[in-house]
Design a protein around this ligand. Structure first.
Ligand SMILES: [Fe+2]
Ligand SMILES: [Fe+2]
Length: 377
């Protein structure tokens, strides 16, 4: 039985020093090599539609392609500072609420200038991590094409590769042409992507990427779509979410079938993997690279961030897709209910009875008018 120490390298999930001890990689390398230990699998069973739900998803995906260059309105001007100001208004933040919140913290002495800069950095950081996560998804779904033994799943995954290429493209274009510069890959997100890519078992790619990373992304994009006042970003997120909902469904449908064949000890390994991924994703949300760039005492700043109630609520909301999907897959309660206990420890178990994402993609689908002419012609 693995302990927290063995799984995530620390006994207490909230141990700030341990979280920060994982240092960013230095250097300006333009590539990052990760060892992929999986076999590429050919199948000679070409019967299309043996798995009707996956076949339906594949047909849906073929009809739902959009073009990041022509379907989004890139003529919209974005003023990054205006965006920060509007975000504050959307969240009801005023100078008074800020003063009350930051009293006695390392942020206490900051002037408007520093808070403005923090707002700009924070948006750059978040969209940069989305962009890197999208590249992770691009690589992971290419890996699924190679490793999954079912033809219907290979077909579907191939459409997802195209979707993810489009997502990387539009986030990169938004950052490059509308905001100012990229942040490097967050260390915790990097560790998670390494674990997913390095695992030799084909279903682990799905669990790490489709269920955990994309489940979190779907919730995060949804929250951001709801709250961002910036019309181009809103449109971009709307389009990306229509694909992401399908991707999460692909994970749920595939693993639901596959997990039925697994033994309890094998399921336990999946539970542990899900917990480890959940912790890595929560750690990455702390924005430690932003604090470092702002020259503030990172440990004290992170402590404040972790204890802030609004922030905690936001972080918990990001697990609103992951937890019901883990429940649907039987991971929450299998064996002695180990994952349930762990999600309680992380404070996210309250989402277990929300709708899972196995067919929610229908509700997220783009309308005919939103799809590019090339896709519908
Ligand atoms: Fe994506
Ligand atoms: Fe995706």
């Amino acid at each position: 039985m693995s302990t927290n120490e063995e799984l995530i390298g620390r006994a207490d999930v909230n141990d700030i020093e341990a979280i920060l001890a994982i240092a960013a990689e230095d250097g300006e390398e333009n590539v990052r090599a990760v060892k992929d230990n999986a076999d590429a699998i050919f199948t000679w069973d070409y019967e299309k539609g043996r798995r009707p739900a996956l076949n339906k998803l594949y047909e849906k995906a073929k009809h739902s392609q959009w073009n990041g260059e022509t379907d989004l309105d890139w003529s919209i001007d974005v003023d990054p500072m205006e965006m920060v100001i509007m975000q504050r208004q959307a969240f009801g933040q005023t100078e008074e609420t800020r003063k009350a919140q930051t009293a006695g913290t390392p942020f206490e002495k900051w002037s408007d200038k520093e808070f403005d800069q923090l707002g700009l950095e924070s948006n750059n950081w978040m969209l940069s991590q989305f962009m890197h996560g999208e590249q992770g998804a691009l690589i992971c779904t290419a890996k699924i094409v190679e490793t999954v033994p079912w033809i219907d799943a290979k077909y579907y995954a191939a459409t997802q590769v195209m979707d993810e290429a489009r997502h990387v493209e539009v986030f990169a274009k938004y950052l490059d042409t509308k905001l100012d510069g990229h942040y490097p890959l967050n260390v915790h997100l990097g560790l998670l992507l390494d674990d997913i890519i390095g695992d030799s078992r084909w279903d682990m790619t799905y669990l790490g990427m489709q269920i955990m990373v994309e489940g979190l992304a779907l919730a995060a994009f949804g929250l951001m779509h709801m709250t961002t006042p910036e019309p181009l970003l809103k449109q971009l997120l709307r389009y990306v979410m229509s694909d992401e909902a399908r991707h999460v469904a692909f994970g749920v449908l595939t693993l639901k079938e596959y997990y039925e064949e697994l033994t309890l000890p094998e399921i336990r390994e999946r539970q542990e993997f899900a917990f480890e991924a959940a912790v890595r994703m929560r750690d990455r949300l702390l924005q430690q690279e932003v604090m470092a760039r702002m020259g503030i005492d990172t440990k004290e700043a992170i402590k404040f961030v972790m204890e802030d109630e609004g922030r905690q609520l936001f972080q918990q909301m990001l697990f609103s897709k992951i937890v019901p999907n883990c429940k649907k897959l039987g991971l929450l309660d299998a064996g002695d209910g180990w994952l349930r206990t762990k999600f309680q420890e992380l404070g996210v178990i309250q989402f277990e009875d929300l709708t899972d994402t196995s067919d929610e993609y229908e509700a997220f689908a783009l309308g005919e008018a939103e799809l590019s002419e090339s896709a519908t012609a």
